[in-house]
Design a protein around this ligand. Sequence first.
Ligand code: 9Z3
Length: 345
Amino acid sequence: MEQPPTSSGFEAAESYYFTENPPPKNLKSNMVLAREFINRHADSDRRVVLVTSGGTTVPLEEQTVRYIDNFSAGTRGATSAEYFLENGYAVIFLHRQFSLLPYSRHYSHNTRSFLDYMKEENGRVVVEEQHQEEMVRVLGQYNAAKNENKLLILSFVTITEYLWMLREAAMLMRPLGPNAMFYLAAAVSDFFVPKDRMVEHKIQSSEEFAQTHMNGKGEVQSKTPAARTEGKSLIIDLEPVPKFLKQLVDGWAPDGMIVSFKLETDPAILVKKAKHALNKYAHHLVIGNLLLTRKWEVVFVSKMDGEQWIRVPSRRRTRSATGIESLIGKAASQKDSVEEDGPSD
Ligand code: 9Z3
């Protein structure tokens, strides 16, 4: 039987990762904003949820021309953030740069340009009549979140930026105790190129221009680059990203409510993998979803309630349906209040 890594094993992997892979340049300024936001809501005893959203990239070169990415557009994260805001939470929205944002997502990232919602009337720009009602509602909700300082938007691009931001923000949220929730909907890469195996310059496809591999400090690479050409082929040899959920649960946010997502494509293993994650990391809730059906069904796996499917009724299932996030948010925040009153086991 597979043995879970020991706590000290996780700690060592974490410390190695953060020593070897430096923080994003804007980490400090972002954490100043986060501290201010968290303190304000701690004073008013409000629940704060950190929603992560969108995909994490894996750069292949230091001056990055090429990277590995995944499909996530950030629909789940952005839509869930709206749910949490409407239900009294303050939201730190840690998202992949240029992925969907709460509220503005209604008018972006589709084949319609936002300009298609507008018309010109007597030299002024106004919203088309058929969009007035919905836009008044969405704008009202957005302004309320902004005016009450209930939404803080932070962004990442790479897997390393994501992990640094998550760790620092989680540690800042510690004083919130059980008023902190982590809703980890971002699609987190399992593999990456460590800094000490990353080349500085664009990988050349022609041997004629192949260079001695240098790192970002102008030194000749002592390790074989993780992404390189051999003959005419591009070889990519990635390393595993250390599993950070254990550190989040035990070290960074020991009192927070932690909701993680598990994405699979094979229905035969989804529940098994979700249960495995729950056992391994011992957090509150794993929400399993399949790539093809994620917009209308998810499975909740928790110690308290076992396995529980949540589904949008079939008459409301469309390719663009987003109603499931309200159902997920409602169920997750119910568990959040139960946790605060004390779990039943
Ligand atoms: C999810 O499963 C999210 O629900 C989706 C949302 C990425 C499917 P969209 O952005 O999609 O609405 O298009 N997130 C995956 C979470 C993940 O990568 N989990 C990791 C893991 O299971 C760590 S918490 O190892």
